[in-house]
Design a protein around this ligand. Structure first.
Ligand code: ZN
Ligand code: ZN
Length: 595
């Protein structure tokens, strides 16, 4: 299962494609036609389909750790040692497949295959760039961590426990060599990623200690074998501790900056985001959006002031907005009705969408709302869990955390954040017509490539776009309070982009970053501190929400102008989603091409 909650993770919704029918069905229809050109088209699509199967097989052989992560467990006993040899193998894989792609004529491929082609090509080119230019294997020591994969082997029931422990045992063989190679690779690492590597690796030791012990205790494995397994686990533990110690004592007088710098940042944006805009263009758009949002928020604050306050409005506009937001945030549900509030919201959203004719919602695929399962406990808020590409499970869940065991103070702060207004926007984003609806549509054009390589910017962009789209169509009765809170929510997305670019390219200091988040985006100090940490450890990803949102919105407006009075919002949405999780620029190109 893949679980993603708003903001905290890069969303990659994966869903098992039950039947890969699209291309073959098409081939049969066209086979009746004697036209030679048509035959060539059929051949292209059939052979591209075969090629994709072959590509995925080789992908998992080259990246067995990635395969494990998506639930393909054929190569779990192999831990790849990250040395020169494996990097060569990865480059060879990328170059070979770029050559294979050249044999296909893009123009003759179906839309589904065309978008798959683009996604494969982007992955391969990105991997080559990453190996030759970005070289994070030299400066990011947190790239090296084995614990999560080992933990997945114990916690995922893809085989019986004894077999999984055997895989675990075999996989441990390479752990010492793995960390020796890591030490060879690292040159001049950043301080931030070095500290992260130390913390995460030491934190992961529990997998080889308690988690393994618990699993062995539950198994039918005999004592001799257990002793053998513990011996190898001790070696793995020693290798991890040695790596952490080595990092602690590393002489690093002139550490590399965690800031990526203009050139690398622009390239990483190109490969990770796959936008039709350059990062500079997106950054400029975010700055403009921030100013526009402030103006709109100031207007609403002025208009509402006397309704909520007896005192005169402060001269400082940003301060007045903040006071109004704090005031409105006190309207929230009680801790014990949080769950009911979410459950009751879903049918309201569906009714609204039907009434306004915004997009078709398939009634045969209801969203299962559930209290978060025990293994997720502690992950507060709401999230969508969907089966991975190789999972057999059919259900997608909307999980929400229980606040039962929380202190009153913690619950109050949380409920103010997810207040009456924001909770509705969150449900739009995560569920309907956001992530969940997009997922239902993307499953109608099944593509294993898209469930593995789907474009996160489009996926997040769609969810963020639906928030505004719903309000534009009158959701929330155009209450100024609802709009103000929406703007605050949207401002977070906008400022994520400004922050990321400013820090990595423009050398923004921590002080400047906190000022942006706290004073201009109305965030709590703790949230802002957390965001600062995130921006020092990741690059580009924080831009995906705004970029996807902006591109979808701008494309819709472009399409509206093009269609004039024939424009139909519902048809636009359904058409847009029918291409699956492809980059917005590719969807745009195909939709415009069909006119
Ligand atoms: Zn999201
Ligand atoms: Zn309260």
């Amino acid at each position: 299962m893949n679980t993603k909650s708003h903001e905290n993770h890069f969303i990659k919704i994966n869903k098992m494609s039950k039947k890969i029918i699209g291309v073959f069905a098409l081939a049969l229809v066209f086979a009746c036609n004697n036209d030679k050109k048509r035959d060539a088209v059929i051949d292209q699509n059939v052979s591209f389909d075969n090629y994709k199967t072959f590509f995925i097989e080789e992908l998992w052989q080259t990246y067995p750790g990635w395969a494990l992560g998506v639930g393909k467990h054929d190569f779990d006993s192999i831990l790849v040692v990250p040395n020169e040899e494996s990097r060569k193998k990865e480059l060879q894989f990328a170059n070979n497949h770029l050559d294979s792609l050249k044999k296909f004529s893009l123009a003759d491929l179906s839309n589904n295959n065309k978008t798959d082609y683009y996604l494969i090509e982007n992955l391969l080119r990105g991997n080559i760039w990453s190996a030759n230019e970005l070289k994070s294997y030299e400066w990011n020591p947190s790239n090296y961590n084995v614990s999560e994969a080992f933990s997945l082997i114990l916690s995922t029931e893809f085989d019986n426990l004894e077999n999984r422990i055997d895989i675990f045992y075999k996989r441990m063989a390479n752990v010492p060599a793995y960390f020796e190679a890591a030490k060879q690779n690292i040159k001049n690492p950043t301080i931030e990623h070095t500290q992260l590597a130390i913390d995460q690796n030491l934190g992961g030791l529990a997998v080889f200690e308690t988690e393994l012990e618990d699993a062995l205790a539950k198994s039918t494995i005999d004592e001799n074998t257990k002793t053998q397994i513990f011996k190898r686990a001790d070696e793995a533990i020693a290798a991890i501790k040695d790596y952490a110690d080595w990092l602690k004592n590393l002489k690093n007088d002139n550490p590399r900056s965690f800031r990526l710098g203009k050139e690398l940042y622009a390239k990483k944006f190109e490969f990770d985001i796959q936008s039709g805009n350059t990062v500079e263009e997106i950054y400029q758009k975010a700055l403009t959006s921030k100013e526009t949002l402030h103006v709109k928020m100031a207007e609403i604050t002025h208009s509402l002031w006397n309704k909520y306050f007896k005192q005169p409005i402060p001269a400082d506009t940003l301060q007045a907005i903040k006071m109004m937001i704090d005031k409105l945030s006190t309207k929230h549900v009680e801790p014990d009705s949080f769950q009911t509030a979410i459950e009751q919201q879903i049918p309201v959203l569906i009714d609204f969408i039907r009434q306004k004719d915004l997009i078709y919602i398939d009634p045969s695929k209801p969203l299962v709302v559930r209290k978060e399962p025990a293994y997720m406990a502690g992950v507060a808020g709401a999230s969508i869990s969907s089966p991975g590409p190789y999972d057999k499970e059919a259900n997608t869940y909307y999980n929400f955390g229980s606040l039962e065991s929380w202190t009153a103070e913690r619950a109050e702060s949380y409920l103010r954040e997810y207040n009456h207004y924001i909770l509705q926007i969150l449900n739009i984003h995560e569920a309907i017509p956001g992530h969940y609806t997009q997922l239902v549509y993307s499953n109608q054009s099944p593509s294993l490539i898209k469930s593995i390589l789907g474009n996160g910017t489009m996926i997040e962009g769609w969810a963020v776009y639906t928030e505004l789209m719903m309000l534009e169509n009158g959701y929330g009765n155009n209450e100024p309070e609802m709009w103000l809170m929406y703007y605050k929510w949207n401002l977070r997305t906008v400022c994520n982009t400004i922050l990321d670019y400013s820090v990595h390219v423009n050398n923004f200091s921590k002080e400047e970053a906190l000022n942006l988040l706290v004073n201009e985006a109305f965030q709590q100090q703790a949230e802002a501190e957390g965001k600062w940490r995130r921006v020092t450890l990741t690059q580009v990803q924080l831009c995906s929400y705004f970029t996807g949102f902006k591109e979808i919105y701008e494309f819709r407006e472009e399409y509206k102008t093009l269609k004039g009075k024939d424009f139909d919002l519902k048809k636009f949405h359904e058409k847009f989603l029918s291409y699956g999780s492809a980059p917005v620029k590719n969807i745009r190109e195909m939709m415009l091409g069909e006119n």
